[in-house]
Design a protein around this ligand. Structure first.
Ligand SMILES: O=C(O)C1=C[C@@H](OP(=O)(O)O)[C@@H](O)[C@H](O)C1
Ligand SMILES: C=C(OP(=O)(O)O)C(=O)O
Length: 752
């Protein structure tokens, strides 16, 4: 918001700032810059500070006693108490009985419990005009000379109003902070003090303590001479104002002691690990901490990551025309990446993975196993090292396992977790929370697991530990590799032989990878079975490029005249190659080169050249083999000559979106006749016309579904005007570098 906008919404009367340091001075400057108040009056004990504040333009005038200004205040004015925590009470005492009605009092202390106690001591109860607050914007600098008018922009202000705080006062303070560009949120007092003890007060104790320890060391001259970046970064906050921090320690004693005790015990474990050379323990702590800190940096940079992904709004604007050319390698296979982490974690020994998909879905699985105590190094350029803990080595996670947008994570993990001794809760994002989970909960219950779901079998899933699982012979009601894998993974923990029978072939990566880890899986047509109670041995996994991601470029090359792409090292497992078969049946020019086997999975380089397509009736036996590729295939069908009919694909309705409806809606917006049916779609291809443009321009909604988003981006190659695609952040779940690769290959795609 610009200054004029803030002024309109944020005007208060006069602002009285008691305490002219960094925090008070910066609010004064910010509010003046935004014309957010009529006048700023400063109050500081020392005359020199008053003069300095006026000379610097921080305040309009300044006095040494608050009593000097109280008589002239009136309703709508605000008093901001920005003195060290333990001095707040004496300021309140000076306000008592002299504050005119309608004036709001707020403060900026780091501890809220002590401010509440100070108010009770002075007024007997917390008055309705007091709005306790805490701007999270301090730095190691202090004093009025450090004040800046932009200190609060994009910073958070926590307000902790009590039940009897009147809402008009709270609203005034919210508007005041918003006027200087801050984001205001509220929290109960106790929660505020505990959160701040852990995130701010403890780090200050450690920084002050560490610098003091080293400064007392006889060798200190040398220590400080050689202490470079790490020491400087880590101890910056030991330059903070000692009085302010002494006050905070005393005021928030109990919460800080709790944090110190927790930290001391962890430091003790680290000490023992170093003493005994326990490298596993050290790697566990360091890899978990690195992941947490990297995640935090991404959150601060407002980049996509599992928990913040939905908050980020990404729009694709795909410009019409172009062709795709070049030699590309799309990221690693998502299904195999998930399974490599799961089986590597349960194996004995160290599993090395290459080609791992660094997309949000596979990272959510990885984080879940870290949360269950597995040491996992990486990913770095697709390389992951998993220190397996054995089939019975997982530990209870500290909280619910959050798997974001990933159905595969939730359904496969459900099977594994049913066999553990500890309870777990699996949660996900808004899209995943709408997807059916009874398809896994029911067979797990038949095995003796205790699994609770929310209404109508939706997530979260609560899985009780300690159940003795018994083997079952399960006939799947739908063709689903996730359900099959869930049952087989639970079967590792069951007494006896667990088997699954599927109505049609589905991806068999679980069966293949289990065999790769030395676990005996018997396969007989539609039936797969394994005996519980075995062991997995660590191995090396080379994850090929994901055929589901490659499909976007297969379709792109097939519909855009002048295209010729080579897609390297793509997995062409016969349970995944439906898109190749369907596109070829439509007339696509696809050749497989350098076909080979890598780690038990067939792999090839796929060459695709433009060729005119024709509509077909898609054979139902191909549906499970191309289940994730249909959104892209519908784009190909729109560019084909004649009608394409899909049946037997009702499963598409329960993916990240209802993919039949979402694609039909978007295609209609772009001028294609696409009629959804119960279990499929009928598309009238427009490829036979003389017009190069099959699609009109327009705005379509991907509904947060990565595959819908990428499919409409590809459609632009044959569009007559821009296609704007809303809600594309989730492309990062399966294909984080889609836009870069697409642009490099010749598509005109802009990410906003
Ligand atoms: O097992 C797997 O890795 C997957 C199976 C498929 O789901 P269903 O089992 O629900 O068909 C697929 O859609 C999903 O992207 C990945
Ligand atoms: C359906 C998909 O994934 P999941 O079920 O793992 O969310 C997909 O990637 O298209």
């Amino acid at each position: 918001m610009d200054a004029a906008g803030r002024k309109a919404s944020g005007q208060i009367g006069r602002l009285v700032v008691v305490g002219l340091g960094l925090i008070g001075g910066s609010l004064a400057l910010g509010l003046k810059a935004a014309s957010g108040c009529r006048e700023v009056i400063g109050v500081a004990r020392r005359q020199q500070t008053c003069e300095q504040a006026v000379a610097l333009g921080v305040v309009d005038r300044a006095v040494t006693e608050i009593a000097q200004v109280l008589p002239e205040l009136e309703a709508g004015d605000v008093v901001f108490v920005a003195v060290p925590t333990l001095s707040v009470e004496s300021v309140f005492a000076q306000l008592k009985d002299q504050l005119p009605a309608g004036v709001t009092v707020t403060d900026g202390a780091s501890v809220k419990g002590s401010v509440i106690a100070a108010a009770e001591n002075v007024w007997g109860e917390v008055p309705e005009f007091l709005v306790p607050g805490h701007p999270i914007a301090g730095s190691e600098q202090s004093g009025v000379t450090a004040a800046r008018d932009d200190l609060y922009i994009a910073h958070r202000i926590i307000l902790t109003p009590l039940e009897n705080t009147a809402s008009e006062y709270v609203q005034r303070i919210e508007r005041m902070w918003q006027a200087v560009g801050a984001e205001v949120l509220s929290m109960p007092v106790v929660e505020h003090d505990e959160v701040l003890a852990a995130t701010s007060h403890l780090p200050h104790v450690i920084a002050f303590g560490l610098v003091d320890t080293l400064a007392h060391d006889a060798e200190n001259e040398n220590i400080f001479r050689y202490a470079a970046g790490g020491f400087r970064d880590f101890t910056r906050i030991a330059s903070s104002d000692p009085v302010m921090w002494r006050d905070i320690m005393l005021a928030n004693r109990d919460a800080i002691l709790k944090s110190i005790d927790l930290y001391t015990s962890n430091l003790g474990s680290l000490r023992s690990a170093i003493a005994s050379g326990d490298s596993e323990h050290l790697m566990g702590v360091f890899t978990r901490a690195k992941a947490a800190r990297d995640h935090f940096t991404k959150m601060l940079a407002k980049k996509a990551y599992t928990e913040t992904m939905e908050a980020k709004e990404v729009t694709f604007v795909a410009q019409p025309g172009g062709a795709v050319n070049g030699d590309l390698r799309v990221p690693g296979d998502k299904s195999m990446s998930h399974r490599s982490i799961m089986l590597g974690s349960l194996a004995e020994g160290v599993t090395e993975v290459e080609g791992f998909l660094e997309g949000e879905d596979a990272l959510a699985t990885l984080q879940s196993f870290r949360d269950m105590g597995v040491v996992i190094e990486g990913p770095v350029n697709g390389r992951v090292t998993i220190h397996g803990v054995g089939v019975h080595g997982l530990q209870a996670p500290p909280g619910p396992l959050y798997v974001g947008n990933s159905g595969t994570s939730m359904r496969l993990l459900a099977g594994l977790l049913a066999g553990q001794q500890f309870d777990t809760v699996l949660t996900g994002d808004e899209s995943l929370t709408k997807r059916p989970m009874n398809r896994v909960a029911n067979p797990l219950r038949e095995m003796g697991a205790v699994v609770e779901t929310a209404e109508e079998g939706r997530p979260p899933l609560k899985i009780r530990g300690g159940s003795a699982l018994k083997a079952i012979d399960y006939t799947l009601p739908m063709a689903s590799a996730q359900v099959k894998s869930c049952v087989l993974l639970a079967g590792l923990y069951a007494d006896g032989e667990t088997s699954t029978t599927e109505p049609a072939p589905t991806r068999d990566h679980t069966e293949r990878m289990l065999s790769g880890f030395g676990y005996d899986v018997r396969r007989d047509g539609p039936r797969a079975s394994l005996q519980g109670g075995g062991k997995l041995a660590a191995c090396h996994i080379d994850v090929p490029a994901d055929i589901s991601s490659a499909t976007f470029f297969m379709v792109a090359a097939s519909i855009a005249p002048g295209s010729d792409v080579l897609l390297r090292h793509v997995g062409i497992n016969p349970t995944r190659d439906g898109a190749i078969n369907i596109l070829r049946a439509m007339g696509a020019d696809i050749t497989l080169e350098n076909t080979r086997e890598v780690g038990g999975e067939p792999v090839a380089d796929i060459r695709v050249r433009y060729a005119p397509l024709k509509g077909i009736k898609i054979p139902e036996d191909q549906v499970p083999l191309a289940i994730d590729e249909f959104p892209a295939i519908f784009v190909a069908a729109s560019c084909a000559e004649g009608e394409t009919v899909l049946t037997g694909a009702e499963e598409l309705r329960v993916k990240e979106s209802d993919r039949i409806q979402a694609m039909a809606d978007g295609l209609k917006v772009l001028g294609v006749d696409a009629e959804p049916t119960r279990d499929g779609i009928v598309i009238q291809g427009k490829g036979g016309s003389d017009q190069p443009a099959v699609f009109g321009g327009g705005e379509v909604d991907s509904l947060g579904d990565h595959r819908i988003a990428m499919s409409f981006a590809v459609a632009a190659l044959r569009a007559g005007a821009d296609i704007r695609i809303k809600h594309c952040a989730n492309v990062a779940t399966s294909f984080p570098n889609f836009a870069e690769l697409a642009q490099g290959a010749g598509m005109n795609l802009e990410v906003r």
